[in-house]
Design a protein around this ligand. Structure first.
Ligand SMILES: NC(=O)c1ccc[n+]([C@@H]2O[C@H](COP(=O)([O-])OP(=O)(O)OC[C@H]3O[C@@H](n4cnc5c(N)ncnc54)[C@H](OP(=O)(O)O)[C@@H]3O)[C@@H](O)[C@H]2O)c1
Length: 272
């Protein structure tokens, strides 16, 4: 797919009121796509909608919680009512968590799965007939944390691994539909200041500032998502470190485990 081919494409991005989803919406709008943006915070969503529209882009926002199947049905209905079709679904909305498994309130596991897995499932099931009609793309924004279980991230890693399994299944089931299924394994990316994550007890805690670290920029991630769609690739693994991790995990899993035990013990010792 060439860049001009995003002209007249209708793209729905879940969780596009900030972060990677917002950057991808802006980048696709700059390539001429018509956008449907989504999130639960109406005020933020309208700010992004205005930003895109004021730069000459075609955009519609639909505020809803993707964990609610009725709301997701309306989201897809409104997309079709507004644009008449859906070419690309980017399943981006997601939450993270921090905390050892033994300390986890099971509700934390449930809420991470509700958003990252069931929310994505709700959206994909409702969108798939339209994606088949347009022979378009479904993209799952997973994480390098979905390659193997990482300490203090069990629910998040499990949810991102589940996305890989879902993407792999759909790819085979829909082989005759000529749709593209993409899986983006994103590495550590810049985040807005004071971004919160869910702690083991369910409270919200502030993530450490990443501005002094060498992390992926939002634009880099957005462009990798767009490239994955253009090339109709299955898996895109971001950054070089992410690709090295994936390779190490497949050829030397025991060594990776030993490195993780060592580094996690050091982190625990430092915080005592
Ligand atoms: N940042 C990273 O380092 C990193 C690394 C690997 C993978 N990823 C993945 O990339 C994706 C985006 O991450 P990000 O860092 O850009 O996150 P972010 O800045 O926290 O943005 C998340 C987006 O999802 C929306 N959202 C959350 N729950 C939702 C729900 N139930 N229904 C609808 N929208 C919902 C949020 O809006 P509202 O809160 O208003 O609903 C927001 O727009 C996630 O799937 C994440 O797991 C991120």
């Amino acid at each position: 797919m060439k860049n001009e081919e995003f002209k007249d494409k209708v793209v729905l991005i879940t969780g596009s009121s900030r972060g990677i989803g917002k950057a991808t919406a802006i980048a696709l709008s700059n390539l001429g796509a018509s956008l449907v943006i989504n999130g639960r915070d109406k005020e933020r969503l309208i700010q992004v909608e205005n930003l895109i529209r004021n730069s000459g882009g075609k955009v519609m926002s639909y505020c809803c919680d993707i964990t609610n199947p009725d709301q997701v049905e309306k989201l897809i209905e409104e997309t079709i009512k507004t644009y008449g079709k859906l070419d690309i679904l980017i399943n981006n909305a997601g939450v993270s968590m921090r905390g050892d498994f033994s300390a986890l309130n099971p509700e934390v596991f449930k809420s991470v799965f509700d958003i990252n897995v069931l929310g994505t499932t709700n959206t994909t099931i409702k969108a798939i007939p339209f994606i088949k009609e347009s022979q378009g793309s479904i993209v799952f924004v997973s994480s390098v944390a979905g390659i193997r279980g990482l300490p203090s991230n069990s629910a998040y890693c499990a949810s991102k691994m589940a996305l890989r399994a879902i993407a792999e299944s759909i790819r085979i089931e829909e082989v005759k539909s000529n749709i593209h299924v993409g899986l983006i394994m994103v590495g550590i990316t810049e985040i807005e200041k004071n971004k919160k994550t869910i702690a083991a007890d369910g409270s919200l805690i502030t993530l450490r500032d990443r501005s002094n670290f060498n992390v992926l920029s939002l634009d880099e991630v957005a462009h990798s998502i767009i490239n994955n769609i253009k090339k109709r690739k299955f898996r895109t693994t971001l950054s070089l470190m992410g690709r090295i991790n994936a390779l190490m995990q497949s050829i030397l899993p025991d060594l990776v485990e030993r490195i993780l035990v060592y580094s996690s013990n050091r982190i625990k010792a430092r915080s005592l």
